[in-house]
Design a protein around this ligand. Structure first.
Ligand SMILES: NC(=O)CC[C@H](N)C(=O)O
Length: 305
């Protein structure tokens, strides 16, 4: 039996002793105010054993990690019809890139880059009566509590400066792959990104992907295991934009990052693990977070490979 408390403390000390290049995301002005030296980690096994270190209880902006929640909701809602609107191939491009959209006529490469998530938000806007409320309810159900909220400052900050996403939504609309008004779709998209969660809450919610569709909160089946298999596959191949190959190579787990500095990853059937450190590398992924997860899977000598 490993001493996981000690392992997480060792990982925290190791990543803090290395000077990682990079900086906190600043294109969303409100995110630039976050202390770059924060670091938290939460490891949760499917049997309920939990180990934490650092700032694991502090909430941060989940940003693109939301793309896993919105995709799951869209699949719950319209099933495989999602794939008529979004592809499942790695993009090899940055998360906010527009270039492929022109050649591929407004069909985003995958649901975990901005263009793909914007199309997913369009689907949800068409399918749900109260998309914002139902999105929060989805997260509350997964978390087993209604304490998680959206952060109005972050939401407004991104909404006022989200020039690239505004261009992207309009571009997709020109190819007729948005049914709703781009402004309404973006309003919902920015809302989904602006949820604050802690490492403990994220790892807990992602037990869904470690437990083949079972919700950790009450053990009920929440999503079809075959759909979970697919979502995990897309996390592995597309969860880190043009660094997805590197993450699979170094860490070896399906996962998803966000520009708030969070990363959450799962080993199906074994555990979920969430890490937070706001300083991002040049691909927009948490520098210390990637390092910490690489140390973790290397040390325990277990990944999906
Ligand atoms: N990679 C991310 O976390 C990006 C999310 C951010 N809200 C954006 O759209 O730019």
């Amino acid at each position: 039996m490993k001493d996981y408390n000690r392992l997480l403390d060792d990982i925290l000390n190791t990543v803090n002793s290395v000077k990682h290049p990079g900086s906190v995301a600043s294109y969303i002005p409100e995110l630039a105010k976050i202390d770059p030296d924060k670091f938290g980690i939460s490891l949760q096994f499917v049997n309920g054993e939990t180990y934490n270190a650092g700032d694991y209880n502090e909430r941060f902006s989940i940003q693109s990690i939301s793309k896993v929640f919105t995709l799951s909701m869209a699949i719950q809602s319209i099933g495989d019809k999602v794939w008529d609107r979004v592809d499942v191939e790695p993009s090899g491009d940055p998360f906010n890139s527009l270039v492929q959209l022109e050649h591929e006529e407004g069909i985003p490469r995958n649901p975990f880059i901005n263009s793909g998530a914007i199309v997913i938000c369009d689907i949800l806007l068409s399918e749900l009566d109260n998309p914002k409320e139902e999105y929060l309810k989805f997260i509350h159900e997964l978390n087993g509590s209604d304490k998680i909220k959206y952060n109005e400052l972050i939401y407004k900050s991104e909404k006022s400066k989200g020039y690239r996403n505004i261009a992207m939504a309009n571009f997709i609309k020109s190819f007729k792959n948005l049914d709703n008004d781009p402004e309404d779709v973006l309003d919902f998209y920015f809302y989904t990104c602006s949820i604050d969660m802690s490492c403990v809450e994220l790892a807990w919610c992602f037990q869904l992907f470690a437990q083949h569709g079972k919700q950790a909160a009450d053990g009920t089946l929440f999503l079809d295991p075959n759909q979970i298999k697919r979502i995990n596959a897309i996390m592995l191949t597309c969860g880190f934009y043009d660094e997805s190959g590197e993450f699979a190579f170094r860490v070896g787990l399906p996962g998803k990052s966000g520009v708030g500095g969070g990363i959450v990853a799962v080993h199906p059937g074994e555990y979920s693990i969430a890490v937070w450190s706001p300083k991002l590398n040049e691909k927009g992924n948490s520098a210390k977070g990637m390092h910490a997860l690489e140390l973790f899977t290397t040390h325990i000598e277990k990944s999906i490979f």
